[in-house]
Design a protein around this ligand. Sequence first.
Ligand code: RIB
Length: 298
Amino acid sequence: MVVLGSVNVDLVMTVPRLPSPGETVVGGRFARHAGGKGANQAVAAARLGAHVVFVGAVGDDEEGRRCRHELVAEGIEVSPLATVAAPTGVAAILVDEAGENLIAVASGANDLLDATAVDVAFAALPDGPAVVLASLEVPLAAVERAAQVAQQRGWRLVLNPAPARPLPPTLLEACEVIVPNAGEAEALGGLEALMAAGAGAVVVTLGAGGASLHRPGMETVRRPAPAVEVIDTTGAGDAFNGTLAWALASGWPIEAGLEAAVAAGGLSTRGSGARARLATRGELEELLADRVSRVDGG
Ligand code: RIB
């Protein structure tokens, strides 16, 4: 599968509570983690055993080299990861004791990923079935180009419209699945509008509420989140998206992919940082088996 998206260094401050504008909260702990929605999604899929090709951009700096190395260490193919003339992206993240977060991003190198870079990266990929997972911390022109090429080559597009921004109808039409959270779904005009625009399916992530699957003319499917002790919700959506795309690329029906994605999203919140506790295949299977047995057992 192909993941196209951002790479960031996450500068994370864990604080007793999130400050209000103009307020200073003391008592924080600092940590630096690898992040970026695209890179997190790629790692989530790779941990489950996917062969992942990652398309993105980092700076010609120490952070960029470290981010690249971390993706390679996860077994991800990074030859389409460009090194560009801007600093590697940085995210400043505050996490409170309940695991909720506030995030601000300086996109840096991510902003230089353009349609030409996507053309070059995709031209090097072999023909055959593939799932492309894209998110929106990179320029829309790059995502649109990826969608066009995916359509031409018969690849399935999963779009995580995060952070939300207005999307052209051609991009929505190209989506087999679009995966907003509740706020992003609203910002994009709501479920009905997304389906009317041509997205094959809309999956809405609901945090502690799990997720729901919506398809034109079909019953809504809902899946609750697993009960886990939440340390940090940063990247839970990325775990969800990477897992859903992995499941689809593995030939699973979307309902089973939804179940797996909800489970993986929950498991990812057990540790600090977006990637520390991303589920392995074994952990995911164990949780899914437990959920099935509880459902069977009434
Ligand atoms: O989704 C979580 C990610 O959003 C963080 O890793 C941060 O880099 C921001 O991109």
